[in-house]
Design a protein around this ligand. Structure first.
Ligand SMILES: [Zn+2]
Length: 360
């Protein structure tokens, strides 16, 4: 039987989200109904909310934890009653099966009208998700802080260890130390980077970044971060990550990494774009060529969630990935969504904020 739940619906551009009842159909063969425990509030959704071209009505959110309450006949990797994590990165596809992303669309209805769903939503008390977006969660870990693994961790830690494969002893710079940035810092520490520069405009966020392994902090409103890092490292870092996606930061990361040495078979450093770009960017093409620098994109940390998420939870248990410290605000329930969005927008959130729907 279809059932109703509460969701934060993006009804119209320029308006706050509307927390209202929606109706979900029975799960199809490859779908799972999950009652959510907690969901993170990710900055990338703000861009979607502010974009007048985003189709409405829309459901949002893409990292959460919950418990399976119903599942389709083809779903075998989780069972009813099991604790799970939700993510926007397909958990177990091959190059072949992953190319067609239609698998992930589910349907829902608002006021009796059927809507095409996004591939994941978590700003709701229940979600009907394709099984690719659902991963098992150990029973013995907290279900609130692990809600951020599905985006902040896989994006940040994944960029460092999965996309860039930062070797031990490397020097690393992270531009933008919000939820994704501090995960990238934690990832660089796990990789045993020798020096980790955190770059941001907020002293408070920079101070916070030290808790996760930043060895040097640079306030880009006070100094030119490229000049500062090039000087402090004698030529630039081995890696630089942009967790923001602004025109200026997309440009800065390339000039932050070191040049290669011509004739020595030594390529330059690697700039990695993680943040969703809001514009095109002009980069210093001369630095790209003359220093044999590399510029790569990282989406979902080039990860394979079915194996990588297990490792993230292992590191969390060991204390190497302190998710509990990354969460600075816990909101009580879905009704706080607009308050949470506003706080994030005004730069008042260090790390990540989450909404708790249901305790465990
Ligand atoms: Zn996100």
């Amino acid at each position: 039987m279809p059932f109703t739940t509460r969701a934060a619906v993006h009804v119209k551009h320029g308006q706050p989200l509307d927390v209202t009842e929606i109706s979900l159909p029975d799960p199809g063969p490859n779908e799972v109904v999950v009652e959510l425990f907690a969901s993170g509030i990710c900055h990338s959704q703000l861009h979607q909310i502010h974009n007048p071209d985003t189709p409405t009505p829309a459901l949002m959110g893409h990292e959460a934890t919950g418990q399976v309450i119903a599942l389709g006949t083809e779903v075998t990797h989780v069972r009813e009653g099991q604790r799970v994590m939700l993510t926007w990165v397909p958990r177990d596809v091959t190059t072949e099966t992953g190319r067609d992303r239609n698998f992930s669309r589910t349907s829902w209805s608002l006021g009796g009208e059927e809507q095409a769903g996004p591939n994941i939503y978590t700003w709701a008390e229940h979600v009907l998700a394709h099984q690719q977006m659902v991963l098992p969660l150990d029973e013995d870990v907290d279900t609130d802080v692990t809600a951020i693994v599905g985006c902040a961790t896989v994006t940040g830690v994944g960029a460092v260890l999965g996309s860039a494969k930062v070797p031990a002893g490397s020097t690393v710079a992270i531009y933008g130390v919000g939820g994704v940035g501090i995960n990238a810092i934690a990832g660089a520490k796990i990789a045993d980077a020798s020096r980790i520069f955190a770059v941001d405009l907020s002293d408070e966020k920079l101070e916070f970044a030290k808790e996760f392994g930043a060895t040097d902090t640079i306030n880009a409103s006070e100094v030119d971060p490229v000049e500062a890092i090039v000087e402090l490292t004698g030529g630039g870092t081995d890696f630089a990550f942009d967790a923001i996606g602004y025109e200026i930061t997309m440009r800065q990361i390339l000039n932050t990494v070191r040049a290669g040495v011509l004739g020595a078979g030594d390529r330059g450093g690697t700039a990695v774009l993680i943040g969703v770009p809001q514009t095109d960017a002009t980069i210093d093409a001369r630095a790209l060529l003359m220093g044999e620098r590399n510029y790569i994109g990282s989406l979902g940390g080039s990860s394979h969630p079915m194996t990588d998420f297990k490792q993230y939870i292992e590191w969390y248990k060991q204390g190497a990935l302190p998710l509990e410290k990354m969460i600075s605000v816990k909101y009580d329930g879905l009704d706080s969504i607009n308050e949470g969005i506003e706080a994030l927008e005004s730069g008042n959130i260090s790390g990540r904020s989450i909404m708790i729907y249901k305790g465990t």
